[in-house]
Design a binder for this molecule. Structure first.
Ligand SMILES: [Zn+2]
Length: 256
């Protein structure tokens, strides 16, 4: 069983809305051992595949979907968006967008920011998204691109949940990386991301981008680097697991 850091439900407001369950995980619970100890949900990091499969099943259960009904990303730190119509693995994608019922969209990270979006469309069922965003994602504009995509698909009101990531104090970088963010993102975003001298706070940048678009966010979890018992951090540990975030929309208005 995975113990989420937080979980909740986007509840219907508009006539076409359907509820969507979400959960944010850390290390707590899960079956992994050693450097992957706890709730590692990544298959690509060297953990036992059978154990990861069990963790993924438990992850799916957090949002009331079957273990085989997950949509997973194999992200490349870009801004490519996959339109998900079936579960599976989506290579080369940093963002998943879907209007399917009972498919869990998953974003993971171990310092990068995992986040989800829920876009109400009035009389039509919502469109949902899961996004992976590190500093390269900020530069590539994956969050802004996904918001644009959701709006193009009719989303009029968007809500967000943003998971844990490394903070600016723990993530010092070479000046050229900061310069790339400064030149590639809106001024509010770069100011938020670069508020700590010499560092990058990707989550602050993501939250600023969301706020610029009028999107309210629930923020879950602290700095990955500082919380070794509860969160995976690639920068701290090198070979380690991944935490994540999941969202699944349900057809029924009542609790699934
Ligand atoms: Zn920190």
């Amino acid at each position: 069983m995975l113990l989420p850091l937080a979980s909740g439900v986007f509840t219907p407001v508009a006539p076409g809305d359907r509820p969507a369950s979400w959960a944010v995980t850390g290390r707590l619970g899960g079956h992994s051992r050693g450097e992957f100890f706890g709730a590692n949900i990544a298959r690509h990091v060297g953990d036992d595949p059978d154990i990861v499969a069990r963790n993924l099943e438990d992850l799916a259960a957090l949002v009331q979907v079957q273990g085989h009904n997950l949509a997973l990303m194999d992200p490349i730190h870009g801004s490519s968006i996959a339109q998900v119509t079936r579960p599976g693995s989506f290579n080369g994608m940093d963002s998943l967008v879907s209007e399917q019922f009972d498919v869990g969209l998953v974003a993971m990270g171990a310092d990068c920011v995992p986040l989800i979006l829920y876009g109400s469309r009035g009389n039509k069922r919502p469109v949902i998204s899961a996004i992976h965003c590190g500093w390269k994602g900020l530069v590539a504009g994956v969050v802004a691109a996904t918001i644009t995509e959701l709006r193009m698909q009719g989303a009029s009101q968007i809500q967000s949940v943003v998971g844990p990531s490394i903070c600016g104090s723990c993530y010092s970088v070479a000046p050229d990386r900061r310069e790339l963010i400064r030149t590639a993102t809106p001024i509010d975003v770069s100011q938020a991301a670069l508020a700590v001298a010499g560092g990058i706070d990707v989550r602050a940048g993501v939250l600023s981008q969301l706020a610029l678009e009028g999107i309210t966010s629930i923020v879950v979890g602290g700095c990955t680097f500082e919380n070794s018992k509860t969160l995976f951090s690639y920068r701290r540990d090198g070979q380690t697991g991944r935490q994540g975030i999941i969202i699944a929309m349900h057809e029924n208005q009542g609790q699934p």
